[in-house]
Design a protein around this ligand. Structure first.
Ligand code: NI
Length: 487
């Protein structure tokens, strides 16, 4: 397994990590004082950057930390290199239910006035097997420099000894642990309660079925191992637990109320248009889409900080929209999502981390959907009943699981290709040529140019006599397990 093709390919992707390694500086003054943990509900001072494509399929998101220039530059470079390598290798592959896929997700693992930590997790699906790997970057706000992960501990030999002593999984090969650590330990962070955690990429130290192997040191081992800088990093990491972190990654089947059975799934088609008072924006009169021309604007992949700008645009225009959100983004911007809900927009889910559902096992598909559904409910008080599969990739298994979770699948009928043409004019052209009564328009609030286009998109549609409605208003009562995309 260790020398399988996907592994070598992923190893190629990991090469940039080595390029951005930065030598550890001399140990700083010890600073044992732990600052108060950040308010876990406060949104971080970071913007989300993203790159995505349907062909080939990749979705990468990473943070831009405004006052950590070198960190942000390094992350930009790392992600772009990884995506470029993926596109160069798989750029000639097209669609299908198991197309090659690259996914890069991020998490702020530490953030205070001294230290910032960012972890990126990449998943590469090369057509047969998937492979997951992670890397964590540590940035010293005091010096304005990146610090090598080795700088968190008092020597790599001590780290190796502590990790070997803590390995519990019998499938892990100690010799591989040693050789991996000697090449550097790129994925080191802390648990919520401050214990040092070292993770190894899938296939690196154990068979692929073990996934990413995480070794957590106990309190005493952590304390003995951390350098003064490591202690400052730990202080910045404690209290970073985001909302929804306590949700199980794959909730049990009893976590949701089963919905009554619905008729067999028809091919993607329109539902019965009508009015749905429950999905109507606050203060807006219901619109009867059987009598007037309606279209639904939809925004995928958020929320991000720029979603707030979009909300201002929509409020000024008194226009409702439907947001298909990623669980991992909701974790980072819960207050923004709450604002989306308060403004009366409709919220559906777009999986947890934008994975291509058709390549996943049923248990994982279920986890992607349930976890996101529960988190949105936790943040907004309403359980979503709509979902949109990333890349529009779906099959009978996905729909069966969606039905059991009370979710209707919503695709789109007008792709503005805003992810590809990052400019206002092409978006307007797509909307102008694609608008028909009953259509669902796909956009992404993660792209600045898409948000820029929205005032003119709304004006254009209204000039043509369209009423803007939410997806549920457009479809009438979407049924769980059915797929909708109006032609
Ligand atoms: Ni998407």
């Amino acid at each position: 397994m260790r020398h399988s093709t996907p592994r070598r390919r992923c190893a190629g992707l990991l090469v940039p990590w080595l390029l951005v390694c930065v030598a550890a500086l001399a140990a700083c003054n010890a600073d044992a004082a732990r600052p108060a943990p950040r308010d876990r509900h406060a949104e971080p001072e970071v913007e989300t950057r993203s790159l995505s494509s349907n062909d080939p399929r990749f979705h990468a998101s990473w943070p831009h930390v405004r006052d950590a220039h070198r960190l942000s530059k390094t992350l930009d470079r790392y992600v772009k290199t990884t995506v470029d390598e993926f596109a160069a290798e798989y750029g000639d592959t097209h669609g299908g239910t198991a197309a090659p896929e690259l996914n890069i997700a991020w998490r702020l693992v530490a953030d205070d006035d001294k230290v910032v930590g960012v972890r990126l997790e990449s998943y590469l699906f090369a057509g047969a097997n998937g492979e997951t790997a992670g890397r964590t970057w540590w940035y010293d706000r005091t010096s304005g420099r990146l610090r090598a992960n080795a700088g968190l501990v008092r020597g790599t030999a001590a780290l190796e000894a502590a990790v070997l002593a803590a390995v519990a999984d019998p499938d892990v090969d100690p010799a591989l642990v040693s050789s991996s650590l000697r090449q550097g330990a790129p994925d080191v962070d802390f648990t919520d309660d401050g214990r040092l955690r070292v993770r190894f990429a899938q296939y690196d130290v154990a068979p692929g079925s073990s996934g990413v192997v995480a070794v957590v040191l106990d309190d005493a081992a952590t304390e003995a191992l951390l350098s003064p800088y490591g202690k400052r990093a730990r202080a910045a990491a404690v209290g970073q637990k985001p909302v929804g972190e306590d949700l199980p990654s794959v909730p049990p089947a009893t976590a949701t109320t089963p919905t009554p059975p619905t008729p067999p799934t028809p091919p993607a088609t329109a539902g019965t248009p009508g009015t749905t008072p429950g999905a109507t924006g606050k203060g807006r009169a219901p619109v009867n889409c059987r009598k007037v021309k309606c279209v639904a604007l939809t925004f995928d992949d958020g929320p991000v900080s720029d979603t707030n700008r979009l909300l201002r645009v929509l409020r000024r225009a008194d226009a409702p929209a439907t947001f298909f959100v990623l669980g991992q983004q909701v974790q980072t911007y819960p207050e923004t999502l709450a604002r989306v809900a308060r403004q009366g927009h409709e919220i559906g889910i777009h999986t947890w981390d934008h994975r291509q559902l058709t390549t996943l096992r049923p248990r994982k598909i279920r986890g992607e959907l349930v976890r996101s559904q529960l988190l949105v409910e936790q943040v907004t008080g309403h359980k979503p009943t709509l979902f949109r599969p990333p890349y529009g990739a779906s099959d009978a298994r996905v729909l069966r699981i969606a039905r059991s979770l009370g979710l209707a699948q919503v695709l789109w009928s007008v792709d503005t290709l805003d992810w590809k043409n990052r400019a206002v004019r092409p978006i307007l052209a797509k909307v102008r040529s694609g608008a028909r009564p009953g259509r669902i328009i796909l956009m992404h609030d993660i792209h600045r140019t898409s948000v820029d286009a929205v005032p003119r998109v709304i004006k254009l549609l209204r000039r043509k006599g369209y009423h803007l409605v939410t997806v549920s208003e457009l479809l009438g009562t979407p049924q769980a397990g059915r797929s909708y995309s109006q032609r």
